[in-house]
Every structure is written in C-alpha cells, then in structure tokens.
Design a protein around this ligand. Structure first.
Ligand SMILES: [Zn+2]
Length: 146
C-alpha cells in the first residue's frame, strides 16, 4: 500500500531545508558549546559544566564511519519490522565539528561489507515503517557520501 503521507517517526530529531537537504538537530550548550544528540534543551552533558540551557542547532550533514554492524535478525514486537525481514546495516558516524557520534540505520542496499571505518557518510532519511493510518514514518539514515 503506498503511503498517503509522511511524518517523522520521532518529532524534532531532523529537519529538511528549502533545498531538500536534511540535517539532524542537536542541542548545544550555551555556556561550554558541548553538543548532544538526540536533541534536548536542558542538562548539559559536560560533567564539568553546570549550565542548564542547550540551544537547538543544525548538525553537520556529513561525518565519517566510527563503527558499524549489520542486523540479521528481526527485532521482537512491538518494534516495527518489514515482513519478510531484510538485513540492514547500522553505522555510528562521527561528526568531527561537534565531537559527536550519531548512530543510525544505513540506507537499503548498503550492508556491512560495503562499509569501512573512516568512510565519509552523509545524512538522508528513510521510511522506518508505515503506521496503521498509512503514514510513512521516516527516520534519519546514513548513506555513503556521493
Ligand atoms: Zn555546558
């Protein structure tokens, strides 16, 4: 069944600009400039900082593979999973400017054998599942940079 509409699986983790480019949204401490993802607006993650104010900011669209793996087993319910299950890769991508490592699914068609530590990746989105209303629920994902 084709999706009638699309919506993020989780609100507020990424945004798409006028050019169609998607970026993650992170929290950045207004006192010490430490970043955090998923985004939040309080509780700086730096143990040496007692600021409680994080600004929501766009994060780098590209990073390098820090680690990766491949999931070959369907997750148990209630986690959504296509039927039949297709193996997929997951990459932990380091954003150098922010000093963050962001975990995400890798787009369909790219598996662990295609990935290498240090490889440049770029952000995109993919459908995670289609909900009962026919809405395609999207999530951030990594693909090998063009
Ligand atoms: Zn801070």
């Amino acid at each position: 069944m084709p999706a009638a509409s699309t919506a993020p699986a989780v609100e507020g983790w990424f945004a798409t600009d006028e050019s169609g480019a998607t970026h993650l949204i992170g929290g950045k401490c207004t006192a010490c400039a430490t970043y955090v993802f998923p985004p939040r607006e309080n509780n700086c993650p730096n143990p040496g900082c007692d600021s409680d104010t994080l600004a929501l900011v766009p994060l780098s669209r590209r990073g390098t593979v820090w680690s990766y793996t491949e999931n070959r087993y369907a997750p148990p319910p209630p986690y959504p999973s296509p039927d039949p299950f297709e193996p997929f890769a997951v990459a932990a991508v380091e954003l150098a400017a922010e000093g963050l490592i962001v975990l995400g699914k890798v787009v369909e068609g790219t598996l662990a054998a295609d990935l290498k530590v240090g490889m440049e990746m770029e952000l995109t989105t993919m459908t995670l599942y289609t909900d009962d209303d026919g809405t395609a629920r999207t999530t951030h994902a990594w693909r090998i940079a063009q």
